[in-house]
Design a protein around this ligand. Structure first.
Ligand code: SF4
Length: 504
């Protein structure tokens, strides 16, 4: 009886149901060939990669996409965006052309291919995420397209399966319409022939028809290759939009994989404000060691979130639990030792007795540094300083609490007041901050303020080339803000002046 009911199940359905067995089956994969630098991402990757690569590659692409988004939020023009993105792309997602003859071509293209598909999975869950992803991927494609070698770009377009919509103009047509084709393109006599043309229904290129940049024949527009960017880009977006919808439908099945789901959901939350891990590079190691006495002087380099905590602490001689934790970890991150941190808090809480301090506050500071607590806490060196993403996404502070990111937690008028109090009086910057905050682009507002405050130093390091572009990318961590502000504030100063400020 049982056997017959199993036999009645259609063989194909049975394969669908038996996912547990299927995941241990021999993987069917084939090596991908990456002939072109550009990719329309039509074929999903099938080879195996490690979980570390899965995460690292996705984070690298996410960094690139969020920097691109930051460029559009900052209204950077195409040229400015290209030069801003160049070092960032080289660092996180390099993609060289065939003519470079680099030995890394395959590895670079594989990373590009896989990271695209991983983020596709992470960002297909909601319509908003899908729309943002398509917009940013198209912007990335545009950047690469514009920089591609003309010949390689043409080979890439030839390789696309554009169906009947795009037809390459044949050699015979070129010969028979040669003069007309060249006459219909402003640069035709000198360059048109070398680039080539293709045919599309004229309705697809109304602006080119209107500008008389194409030859029209029997309902077809003969579009010069150099005018095809907009068509290729539109096609890229259209295909990606469709693919994202399909991915969204397949997404529930991924919940079965408990290795990937947490990584994917972490990646999609990182799209709100990109996550950045704390790096001990953000401490002032190698310069000298900050002390409890130098925190006041150093606070001029703190981001608004930490400045606000510092001021509140100075005003009230007290900070509530979450503010204390946020600030302790930040101070730990700039290199303040546990001993100095304890001195700092003890002196700051000047309205309470030693006994009360030791009983109620000392333990928490030591715990944050990993000096006490369970084995795991001690082995791991305590907690890590909070990133902007964490501060922007945690629960809003209640009455009397001062933790979090002020760009998010303050009412706009109060935020502007706070910024003015810290010396930001430029009307345009304040208006732009107000606008950023209204659109919930908190980290953009913070970076805008940073760039305004350090405009002269940034110009200097850019002009004399002492800092690479990647060193001036978007700040996503309060400790990175501090370090960058500190270093920009002490350009060319070595030795005593610098050390004096840190020592206090
Ligand atoms: Fe602090 Fe980050 Fe907010 Fe700036 S954006 S105030 S560094 S949490």
């Amino acid at each position: 009886m049982q056997r017959s009911s199993i036999a009645r199940i259609d063989a194909k359905r049975r394969t669908d149901l038996d996912y547990k067995k299927r995941q241990f089956a021999a993987p069917k994969w084939r090596d991908q060939e990456y002939k072109h630098r550009l990719n329309f991402y039509t074929i999903p990757p099938t080879a195996e990669i490690t979980l570390e690569e899965f995460e690292e590659w996705a984070i690298a692409r996410l960094k690139v996409l969020s920097e691109l988004e930051a460029c559009s939020f900052r209204n950077r023009g195409p040229e400015e965006t290209t030069s801003y993105m160049k070092p960032i792309l080289e660092k996180h997602l390099p993609l060289q052309s065939n003519s470079s003859r680099s030995t890394q071509l395959d590895a670079q293209r594989k990373k590009d291919h896989y990271s695209h598909f991983i983020l596709r999975l992470a960002f297909s869950a909601t319509e908003d995420l899908r729309r943002r992803f398509v917009r940013l991927e198209t912007a990335l494609f545009r950047l690469r397209w514009n920089e591609d070698d003309t010949r390689e770009r043409r080979d890439f377009v030839d390789s696309l399966d554009m169906g009947s919509e795009w037809e390459k103009v044949t050699e015979e047509e070129r010969k028979s319409f040669g003069e007309e084709l060249r006459a219909a393109t402003p640069w035709g006599k000198s360059k048109g022939e070398e680039d080539g043309w293709f045919k599309v229904d004229w309705e697809k290129v109304p602006e080119l028809v209107e500008q008389r940049k194409v030859l029209l024949k029997r309902g077809k527009a003969y579009v010069p290759v150099r005018e095809q960017s907009s068509l290729v880009l539109a096609e890229f977006s259209r295909r990606l939009e469709t693919a994202m919808e399909l991915t969204a439908r397949a997404l529930p099945r991924l919940d079965e994989d408990d290795r990937l789901s947490p990584i994917l959901s972490h990646l999609s939350t990182s799209f709100t404000a990109p996550e950045t891990a704390y790096s001990s590079d953000t401490a002032l190691d190698g310069l000298t060691t900050p002390t409890a006495a130098s925190v006041d002087a150093l606070s001029q380099h703190f981001p608004l979130c930490m400045q606000h905590l510092h001021r509140t602490l100075r005003q009230n001689s007290h900070l509530k639990h979450f503010g204390r934790l946020q600030y302790t970890l930040f101070l730990k991150g700039i290199g303040l030792s546990l001993e100095e941190c304890l001195i700092f808090w003890r002196r700051s809480f000047k309205l309470i007795t030693d006994e009360k301090f030791n009983k109620e506050y000392r333990y928490n500071v030591r715990h944050a540094y990993g000096d006490v607590g369970g084995d795991a806490n001690r082995r791991g060196g305590g907690y890590t300083p909070y990133s902007c993403q964490k501060l922007m996404t945690e629960a809003l502070p209640g009455p009397g609490q001062t933790h979090g990111c002020p760009y998010r937690t303050f009412a706009p008028d109060n935020l502007i007041g706070l910024l003015q109090h810290t010396g930001i009086n430029d009307r345009q910057t304040l208006n732009e901050v107000r606008d950023d905050v209204k659109r919930q682009r908190y980290h953009i507002a913070c970076n805008r303020v940073f760039e305004y405050k350090h405009r002269n130093e940034i110009k200097k390091v850019k002009d004399d080339g002492t800092w690479s572009g990647a060193q001036l990318d978007t700040i996503l961590h309060p400790n990175e803000y501090f370090k960058r502000s500190f270093l920009l504030g002490h350009l060319g100063e070595e030795g005593n002046a610098l050390k004096d400020e840190i020592r206090g």
